[in-house]
Design a protein around this ligand. Structure first.
Ligand code: NOJ
Ligand code: NOJ
Length: 412
């Protein structure tokens, strides 16, 4: 019966064979690289998607780029491909360029034009997760380069203990240390307030930044960053852990959407993944995390029909249950997202010491099932039909597939 239903609704989903995870990984590497090397884009900048209309994602978002470059750094750590290293060096140049250009949101500017200038239209700004995520990625890159004997490059181009800061990591750490108390927008760019995602990224960036600063002779700053990191940690523990749903997405929201009321959101899960392996504040074994993950699974299983129509695979997860952004506009019905669905798989593997579990594999299967089966992954998955929608070939979807594969021990 279920099989028959599947055939009637979506012949192509029912018939085409699922690709392997290895196949999709290679396709994702290729798309991530394509989207990061567009000839009409400032070298080193990354488009969120090649889509130029409906929706127009032909911009560089600081968050998306920091996350996918972290993914590329992790991949480079494994394969040491000189072409990828060159891309990372070019990315450092691009970030340095845009940090020093004017932007309405300052370092908290979320979105840049493809010529490297700040976006000038109205937008949810600032978004202070960006500098923190960029610092986390660049600190990792700096460490790998130091291991390779490139201390000179690191001190010239990545971190130098000078005020006013003239290197990108130092700039991001100074900004983060001085602005984490400010209200700002969350990763979905919709609500002004204080957010678990942003704060955990900031906490982690300053913690790792303190260590790097100490090692590179910037002891005073190291002390200051470590102290701010500790204070953020206290703030997170006091404000976001919740006995009913586990972890609450936002607090002190001054500009609310009005319809986002449950407090349930996938972004805390993303925060735990994106700050791994550095973050020590909240362990995966913490009962709040367990409760939170269960809440997510239950909420989204019920929320999306695809989870009941297409079975024998993991649960399709979205941003938050009240979401109205359907990939084109915000008066629609929210859908599952590839990056959220894959994040749950990644979480299972991280909680299992970096090994693939059956449940994690089922999350990959869910993502592969809704892809075009030839390597394409867009932003969203229609909640009933299961077909892709929203920005095509979203860079972050591919980054999420790569990261999940690496965290599950699938890439050697
Ligand atoms: C509204 C969405 O909810 C938000 O997440 C997105 O960034 C903007 N539109 C732009 O696409
Ligand atoms: C919308 C998402 O909500 C946001 O997180 C992302 O940065 C942009 N799209 C670009 O991908």
């Amino acid at each position: 019966m279920k099989a028959l239903l599947t055939l009637l609704i979506l012949p192509q989903l029912a018939f085409a064979a699922l690709p392997t995870k290895e196949f999709q990984f290679k396709a994702s590497v290729k798309t991530l690289i394509d989207n990061s090397t567009k000839p009409d884009v400032y070298p080193g900048m990354v488009v969120a998607s090649p889509s130029r209309e409906n929706p127009n994602y032909y911009f560089d978002w600081v968050r998306d780029t920091a996350l996918v470059m972290r993914t590329l750094i992790d991949y480079w750590e494994i394969n040491k491909d000189p072409k990828i290293k060159q891309m990372l060096l070019t990315w450092v140049e691009a970030e340095t360029f845009r940090q020093n250009g004017p932007a309405i949101g300052g370092l908290g500017e979320p979105k840049y034009n493809i010529d490297g200038t700040g976006y000038k239209g109205p937008w949810g700004r600032p978004q202070n997760d960006g500098p923190a995520l960029r610092a986390i990625a660049m600190i990792k890159f700096a460490r790998l380069l130091i291991d390779d004997g490139e201390m000179d490059y690191v001190q010239r181009k990545l971190f130098y203990g000078l005020i006013p800061a003239n290197t990108p990591i130092k700039k991001d750490l100074e900004y983060t240390a001085h602005h984490w108390r400010d209200q700002n927008y969350e990763p979905w760019e919709e609500e002004m307030g204080m957010h678990f995602y942003n704060l955990l990224a900031q906490h982690t960036a300053l913690q790792e930044g303190a260590k790097l600063a100490q090692e590179l002779g910037d002891g005073g700053a190291a002390h200051f960053y470590a102290e701010q990191s500790r204070l953020i940690g206290e703030y997170i523990k006091e404000n976001f852990l919740d006995d009913t749903i586990g972890i609450v997405v936002s607090r002190h929201v001054s500009r609310p959407l009005g319809y986002k009321n449950s407090g349930i959101d996938v972004s805390p899960l993303l925060a735990l993944n994106h700050t791994w392996p550095y973050q020590k504040l909240i362990s995966f074994k913490d009962p709040h995390v367990k409760k939170y993950v269960n809440t997510l699974i239950e909420t989204f299983s019920n929320r999306y029909k695809v989870n009941h129509i297409f079975t024998d695979m993991g649960v399709a997860i979205g941003r938050y249950p009240e979401d109205k952004y359907n990939g084109y506009h915000t008066n629609g019905v929210g859908n599952p997202w590839f990056l959220a669905t894959l994040a749950l798989g990644e979480h299972y593997c991280l909680a299992n010491g970096g090994k693939l579990t059956h449940k994690a594999d089922m999350q990959f299967k869910r993502a592969l099932f809704h892809s075009d089966r030839k390597g394409r992954m867009d932003e969203q998955i229609h909640l009933e039909s299961g077909e892709m929608q929203g920005a095509r070939e979203l860079t972050w979807s591919h980054g999420a597939f790569m990261t999940a594969s690496m965290r599950c021990g699938l890439v050697k």
